[in-house]
Design a protein around this ligand. Sequence first.
Ligand SMILES: Cc1cc2nc3c(=O)[nH]c(=O)nc-3n(C[C@H](O)[C@H](O)[C@H](O)COP(=O)(O)OP(=O)(O)OC[C@H]3O[C@@H](n4cnc5c(N)ncnc54)[C@H](O)[C@@H]3O)c2cc1C
Length: 477
Amino acid sequence: MFGSAIVNLTVEKKMNLIWFRNDLRVNDNPALSSALENKQRQVVAVYCLCANQWAMHDMGNNQQWLVLQALSQLKVALAKLNIPLVILESETFQQVPNRLSELCGKLGVSDLFFNMEYPIYERRRDKAVVEKLADTVKCHRKVGQSLVAPWEILNGDGGGYKVFSAYARKVQVYLDHNPPINPAPPTARPAENRQIPKISGVVSQLPSIKPSAEVTPDISEDFVNKQLQTFCRQQIGEYKANRDFPAIQGTSELSSALAVGTLSVARCYQTALQAGYPASSTWVNELVWRDFYRSVMWNYPRVSQRQAFNSVDKFVPWNNDRQVLEDWQSAKTGIPIIDAAMRQLNTTGWMHNRLRMIVASYLTKNLFVDWRHGEAYFAQQLFDFDFASNNGGWQWSASVGTDAAPYFRVFNPAAQQKKFDPQAEFIKAWLPELKAYSSNAIHKFETAPLEGYPRPQVDLKATRKLAIESFKRANAA
Ligand SMILES: Cc1cc2nc3c(=O)[nH]c(=O)nc-3n(C[C@H](O)[C@H](O)[C@H](O)COP(=O)(O)OP(=O)(O)OC[C@H]3O[C@@H](n4cnc5c(N)ncnc54)[C@H](O)[C@@H]3O)c2cc1C
């Protein structure tokens, strides 16, 4: 009986396919909601596992592990809705159009739904898919990973914004008039919906990957939605005061869930607004930063291709000495706040935002290492690796991006640690070898050596001066 129902559906080409990518959730998912709208249609879900593409994007074991976790949770959540999840394997994005086309042919798919992705290789892949399927399948593209679609917010010349503050003002006006709409909650299909023809070459068992971090985040939909509620009820009002101090748990730590899409940014925005103004405004501004870097990636595709936004980058004499890079990576710089931050990253796969800015500025301005090495290392380590935010953060820190910190603004790690970790609590938590020292002694690391701890890798003042001179010359070139 099930068989005949399927035959009818496939013959009439009445199947909807929902293609999951970096939106691994069943709630607040515009593409899934649209695919479920017509109750008469059979609905099947697909995910394309592209291991080589992950490697090309420098995505490390931590995030790979996280995606696989999210996928297995998604499979369970979809099964409760009687929607089967097909996992296709394709080495790279190039093979995706053929793999999807075969699947659509086999299942008799008439409509494909997906939420847009913004980096250039993802866009090329999607374009190729749409072209390949053009004669048989209608493609429905939705916006599910930003508050505002990047093509909605353009400057007076019709181009993408280059300065955050002007972009953010326009987004605010846009959102006041076009608040995000909640997609309809998913409803279960009848049990027959589960029945699909046998498909060869699908992944029946997800690969097992070991995270490199010692602790792993819980990014299940239920958990992160509760985490969001708690943050917005209890902590958002103090966010502005607390967010720069790494010893305080003052930020939401929702970035990993946002990165793989078990949480929607629209839901974050709506929940934050419930906390009222001005309590929510600083946090909402960070969500807008996230959108900003997506807008940059959409409007200036070169930034997805290992190029800096600003051509000054070509004239900076980057020092690509492997040893200094490795010392930075393995927390052996002799600068307490940098080493503590890198240990936090290497151990937990996450780093506090203030510290990301400090270590990125140090690598690019004091060590003069090409920002692309820092970007790649973060991608390899972070659970929350997000192509647009990571790339934007690195280019900003290296003063080669949009709206970049002016080149003469070089973070002084010694001053930063004194200001943002005055009692050296964070430093001591990650560098137990410094536990016996007073915070005063730790802050004087430049002039008074700390026994049992390395001397600073470089002279901070001299390298700062050198960086400013080099950037000045590069800007004039
Ligand atoms: C060099 C560098 C690299 C970075 N790499 C990444 C990355 O790979 N993935 C990533 O999600 N963020 C990245 N960021 C931005 C930021 O550091 C993290 O989003 C933040 O630390 C995550 O912690 P949270 O969830 O507690 O953030 P919260 O302070 O609670 O902010 C809420 C959300 O807003 C977004 N957000 C916050 N700050 C920024 C920002 N400056 N830019 C863009 N979005 C922001 C994130 O999605 C975050 O989860 C990077 C920043 C720098 C300077």
